[in-house]
Design a protein around this ligand. Structure first.
Ligand code: APR
Ligand code: ZN
Length: 249
């Protein structure tokens, strides 16, 4: 077996030769920004019952869902900053080594780090949208002391603009994410278990077209033994920093 350093160099050569590299990220890339992932040790779903993010439950009991949404996604996530792995992807894009990022994350950290071409497969937490009249509000300017937050135009409940369980994927993000996977020559999967459909299908779309699949994760995922060509095991920050240095030499 090759050493991790050899594998990182091999991955960097593949990226250098690629005319179109796309990254696909999950909660693992934001773990070192202090955002807990959903599954595994310290996973959010060990602590909270995910039903509060089920669209039917939310529509019926917004006053029960909202305090948890506020605590997890606004009081806490709201303070998070991009880490070295996010910045490395931004630098790769600036240097023409990365075409786009497809993310399942709703935390905005890729954009804050500087990535321009970001497809948010599960929407985002930046905005709230009125469930009735579809008016958008910036979460950062919303008064969360009133629970649930209400639309100032029609008085209906506001919902974060991210995808709840039971909701469809935003049309444009869905279309372009699969298209990017199809068109990519090299596809880098970072920090996702690959448990949630249809997002989990995106890497298979990339593989179908014969793309090289690189993967970064602290532990093997659903993709590692089925889809991944080069598995770089380790923390996203550590591996991305090493990969970026190898790309610059
Ligand atoms: N570096 C790299 N990988 C990491 C790190 C780290 N520091 N920490 C955790 N990981 C890996 C874990 O090993 C795991 O494979 O990140 C992955 C996180 O997996 P999940 O918590 O399942 O997150 P994700 O795959 O993004 O979840 C998909 O599920 O509930 C939904 O909508 C939510 O978008 C989310 C979707
Ligand atoms: Zn409204």
């Amino acid at each position: 077996m090759n050493s991790l350093t050899d594998e990182i160099i091999r991955a960097s050569e593949i990226i250098k030769q690629s005319s179109r590299t796309v990254a696909f990220t999950g909660a693992g890339i934001s773990a070192e920004s202090g955002i807990p992932p959903f599954r595994g040790e310290n996973g959010l779903w060990n602590k909270y019952n995910p039903v509060f993010l089920d669209i039917n439950y939310f529509n019926q009991y917004p006053e029960r869902s909202w305090p948890l949404i506020k605590e997890i996604f606004y009081d806490f996530f709201g303070q998070a900053k991009p880490n070295v792995a996010h910045y490395a992807l931004a630098e790769m894009e600036q240097k023409g080594l990365l075409h786009a990022v497809i993310t399942q994350n709703i935390d905005n950290l890729h954009q804050i780090a500087g990535n321009k071409q970001v497809y948010e497969f599960h929407g985002n937490s930046r905005n709230l949208v009125c469930q009735k009249c579809s008016t958008y509000y910036e979460a950062g300017k919303t008064d969360f002391s009133i629970m649930p937050p209400l639309c100032s135009k029609c008085g209906s409940v506001l919902k974060p603009d991210f995808v709840f369980f039971g909701e469809p994927i935003p049309l444009a993000a869905n279309k372009y994410s699969f298209r990017e996977a199809e068109d990519a020559e090299v596809f880098i999967i970072i920090g996702t278990t690959g448990e949630i459909m249809p997002a989990s299908l995106i890497p298979y779309e990339a593989k179908k077209n014969g793309n090289k699949i690189l993967e970064i994760n602290i532990s093997p995922s659903n993709y590692t033994n089925s889809t991944t060509d080069i598995f770089l095991q380790g923390k996203a920050t550590v591996i991305m920093q090493q990969l970026l240095s190898a790309l610059m030499t």
